[in-house]
Design a protein around this ligand. Structure first.
Ligand code: ZN
Length: 65
């Protein structure tokens, strides 16, 4: 699988704007540093969407079931 990293323009609901606005969406691999079980850290894919109107950034872990 190639590096997952792209930018797209989508319309999503923005809580700050309280309406649907264009968002820039990308996926980043972020290193987590949470001590849980015996994994010191792991890299998890996060979906990052930023409202292009007000600049609010929302990150959401993609592995959630
Ligand atoms: Zn907004």
């Amino acid at each position: 699988m190639a590096a997952v990293n792209w930018t797209d323009e989508l319309r999503e609901h923005c809580e700050e704007c309280d309406r649907r606005t264009p968002h820039e969406v990308s996926v980043e691999m972020r290193t987590e540093n949470q001590a849980r079980e015996n994994a010191a850290f792991s890299r998890e894919p996060y979906r990052v969407s930023m409202c292009t109107v007000c600049g609010t950034e929302t990150t959401q872990r993609m592995n959630n079931a």
